[in-house]
Design a protein around this ligand. Structure first.
Ligand SMILES: Nc1ncnc2c1ncn2[C@@H]1O[C@H](COP(=O)(O)OS(=O)(=O)O)[C@@H](OP(=O)(O)O)[C@H]1O
Length: 203
């Protein structure tokens, strides 16, 4: 149960891309606040593939899965690793049930370069006092990511686990550029709808 002084959070990555989720969540409570972490969809696809490969080493190569016809530049939008990054399509589904002001988008890139700033905006969006600040983070050089200095339940610093921040499989630059090109119109429409430029197309 949630007390009056508490808020309940739930995290399920697949909600954002599940067609039935907005309707179901709005039937439960239509003033729910929604937070979505988004990163460059090309890097996201490679990260997704790296994760699958770590569990199933026998799958086809990234290039084989990403294209229906590579020389024609035909991307396979039925492959989940590609489809999930077409953020605008998923967002349009949510906007049938929720106002944009109920949604907050966290930049996956800034979450790494400026975790306190990104967490500051999350706390503002949730109407919370800014308790988590830059005092809570340090950059762990071994992990290559920011980590928590002192999590609540322990006095030891804590980084995210081994499955977060893996080294990505190497993908040819040309493939990256083809995908970057493929995502551009979807990204631009996404920036316009959200009112924020995530800068994936000016990197
Ligand atoms: N502080 C910190 N430490 C480690 N990792 C960090 C951190 N901040 C953001 N990230 C990025 O989070 C990515 C993994 O999150 P996921 O969205 O894949 O997690 S989940 O599977 O949905 O639970 C993971 O993606 P990969 O780098 O592709 O593994 C990280 O880049």
């Amino acid at each position: 149960r949630t007390l009056d002084s508490q808020i309940t959070l739930e995290k399920t990555p697949s909600y954002f891309v599940t067609r039935e989720a907005p309707h179901r969540i709005s039937s439960m409570s239509h003033d729910t606040k929604l937070i979505v972490v988004v990163r460059n969809p090309v890097t996201r696809a490679i990260s997704d593939y790296t994760q699958t490969l770590s569990k199933k080493p026998d799958i086809p190569t990234f290039e084989e899965l990403a294209f229906r016809n590579r020389s024609l530049g035909l991307v396979d939008t039925s492959w989940n690793a590609i489809r999930i990054g077409m953020y605008i399509l998923h967002l349009e589904n949510w906007l049938q049930y929720f106002r944009l002001s109920q949604m907050h988008f966290v930049s996956g890139e800034r979450l790494i370069t400026d975790p306190a700033g990104e967490m500051g905006r999350v706390q503002d969006f949730l109407g919370l006092k800014r308790i988590i600040t830059d005092k809570h983070f340090y950059f762990n050089r071994t992990k290559g990511f920011p980590c928590l200095k002192k999590p609540e339940s322990s006095s030891q610093p804590r980084c995210l686990g081994k499955s977060k921040g893996r080294t990505h499989v190497q993908i040819e630059q040309e493939v990256i550029e083809q995908l970057q090109e493929f995502y551009r119109p979807f990204n631009i429409k996404f920036y316009e709808t959200v009112g924020q430029d995530f800068r994936w197309d000016s990197m």
